[in-house]
Design a protein around this ligand. Structure first.
Ligand SMILES: NC(=O)c1ccc[n+]([C@@H]2O[C@H](COP(=O)([O-])OP(=O)(O)OC[C@H]3O[C@@H](n4cnc5c(N)ncnc54)[C@H](OP(=O)(O)O)[C@@H]3O)[C@@H](O)[C@H]2O)c1
Length: 336
């Protein structure tokens, strides 16, 4: 089955972009920039003068999007760093390259990449393909790059880690369940694709996006206790017209007819990128903020606004569960 994206007009993004500050002198690392919110964020940041490191798995899409950015912003410093989030070994290789390219430190790490409602399959490391791509590899990346984030926080007064969650963080479950963070890839409920009746593909996606928000809360809590100048932030794009749904339909996670109707309720990919761009660029952003469209929590479209982290994951037992299971998965401690 296939689904083709329809063009959608951006309502808020042109005005929003005019008010973003310069990012000159800032080094930004971002995952998943071959399309969607990652591509929009990368091109906006290049225009604003940031030094960019784009972490993407090697593919024609990665080469093409990198070339498009280089051609559009010839004066910008842009590096493409191979990084397949389905493999911890690949993430560790990417970290080595990032370290060598960023002796000055990192001002922003944006854990943007993601997949949705894919089949119940394990990665080479044995974890659920959605959980490793969307959360566990980003947790590893953040742990490994933390010294460089601290370095910039000391020299520039702050640095930021921005996670990308979803309205799916609260549907079908608001409870983070440990088995989804364990080496049980391929044994997490099968390939049920019913969005309405809580098919297993959607339960796994729900758990990954809940993990993104819980990671933000747990990291924020640890940073606050330490008095760190590193900030932990999270955004969600509402429903944004990107390649995410195209990939899901191709894998059997969504029907094309239903997807067409659903996307009519969404917004353009540029409008959907305002949340992560707010977290990365706006000056008055505080650690522990969550940016989402409209009224924030469940809205599918609208201008990005901040709201507080939510108690269904920002509580001690969920924060501890998330941290312990994620450290077990990546095979190292992450001491803030
Ligand atoms: N669009 C929405 O309505 C929506 C709603 C809620 C949350 N989100 C979140 O927004 C984020 C961005 O998604 P999007 O909507 O912009 O979708 P997208 O257009 O499909 O972009 C996803 C990006 O993630 C990358 N990626 C996937 N698997 C990867 C892997 N193993 N290693 C490295 N990169 C990988 C993709 O690269 P490849 O070219 O290699 O596949 C692509 O660059 C995701 O975290 C998603 O969960 C989106």
């Amino acid at each position: 089955m296939s689904y083709t994206r329809k063009n959608m007009e951006s309502i808020y993004f042109p005005e929003f972009k005019k008010n973003l500050p310069s990012m000159e002198g800032k080094t930004v690392v971002i995952t998943g920039t071959t399309s969607g919110t990652g591509f929009v964020a990368a091109s906006t940041l290049a225009e604003l003068g940031a030094k960019l490191l784009l972490l993407n798995r090697s593919s024609e899409r990665a080469t093409k999007s990198y070339q498009t950015l280089k051609n559009s912003f010839p004066k910008a410093t842009i590096h493409n760093v191979p990084c397949d989030l389905q493999s911890f070994a690949s993430v560790r290789e990417a970290v080595k390259e990032v370290v060598s390219l960023c002796p000055e430190g990192i001002h922003v790490l944006c854990n943007n990449a993601g997949v949705m409602a894919l089949k119940d399959e394990p990665t080479v490391d044995g974890f659920d393909v959605q959980m490793q791509t969307n959360h566990l590899s980003h947790f590893l990346l953040t742990a490994e790059l933390f010294p460089l984030l601290e370095k910039s926080a000391e020299s520039a007064g702050e640095s930021r880690v921005v996670n990308h969650s979803s309205v799916a963080r609260m549907n079908p479950s608001t409870k983070l369940q440990p088995e989804y963070l364990e080496k049980k890839g391929g044994n997490l409920g099968g390939d049920g694709a019913s969005f309405v009746f809580g098919g297993a593909r959607w339960k796994r996606y729900n758990q990954t996006k809940l993990a993104n928000a819980a990671f933000t809360a747990a990291f924020h809590d640890r940073l606050k206790k330490k008095g760190s100048k590193v900030k932990s932030l999270v955004a969600h794009p509402g429903l944004a017209n990107t390649e995410l749904q195209v990939t899901s339909v191709k894998d059997g996670g969504m029907g094309s007819f239903f997807t067409g109707i659903l996307m009519g309720m969404g917004q353009s990919m540029e409008d959907g990128t305002m949340g992560i761009l707010s977290c990365m660029c706006l000056k008055d952003v505080q650690s522990g903020m969550f940016y989402g469209p409209g009224d924030g929590k469940l809205a599918l479209k609208g201008p990005a606004r901040p709201f507080a982290l939510e108690s269904f994951y920002d509580n001690e037992s969920t924060r501890e569960l998330l941290w312990k299971k994620s450290c077990d998965a990546i095979g190292r401690e992450f001491i803030v």
